[in-house]
Write a protein that binds this ligand. Sequence first.
Ligand SMILES: C[S@@+](CC[C@H](N)C(=O)[O-])C[C@H]1O[C@@H](n2cnc3c(N)ncnc32)[C@H](O)[C@@H]1O
Length: 258
Amino acid sequence: MSSNLIELLATEKPQFHLKSLTDEVPMYVEDFFFRKRKTDTKGLPRTSYEIDKNVLNYILSIVKSDFLTLETGCGYSTIIFAASSRKHICVNPDTTSNQLVKDWLQNKGYLCNSLHFVEDSSDRGLATLTLSEPVHVALIDGNHCFPFPIIDWHFIDRFLRVGSKLLVDDTQINSVKILSDFLSTEPSYKKIKQIGRCDVFEKTSDIRVMGWSSQEINKRTWRGFSEQKTSTHSKQFFISQVKKLLPTFLVNYIKKLK
Ligand SMILES: C[S@@+](CC[C@H](N)C(=O)[O-])C[C@H]1O[C@@H](n2cnc3c(N)ncnc32)[C@H](O)[C@@H]1O
């Protein structure tokens, strides 16, 4: 039944998301919700920033009917989570988008009793969220600006147990990639899959390593953004040093050859 929903989404292409950089909203959606938090966006231009279809199929393949699931951001993924789990929690400040998703599902015959919204920016909504049971599958796909993906993970981690799965979408963005790189070093997580721009982790231990010097990320040489810059710089430095050692006539001869 839920696989039909993926096909329906692909053919109908519903537009659930508020559109960035329009005359009506001349800023990024993330900026808009960061400032306004819970907001009714009725009448504003819409689009779809939906997750890849292969990720939707993967979600469908791992979510069981007795699962509790959770995500930041809302859209096509919400539909698949809500239709396949026992209870789904979606953290999204756009109340109009949430209603559109609910309406779409109800229109297809789903009651939506299992779908619960935390209508706030994830940094606030997740911080105060309490759950009496663990989350089986979580997706981080809300505000992609630094440090939101990390904040989302920080609060979601409390709800994940050994065996729970965490999907981190849009790893082509550095502020998301940092989280994925960090989790790849964490002993309490194991990267089990990559679906295009979405990394999937499984929680392997309930103990989060604390004490900065015990964390793997701090034991390694930092190879973040500066890697390319550093290697270019060190290459140029090396060439300049070699040039200093060569006699001038040889340097001039090499220049001529170029
Ligand atoms: C890339 S879209 C999510 C796509 C969705 N997973 C899908 O499959 O259609 C990003 C989502 O993040 C939401 N969002 C923006 N700022 C947010 C914030 N501060 N907290 C939570 N969600 C936010 C947007 O409203 C939007 O629903």
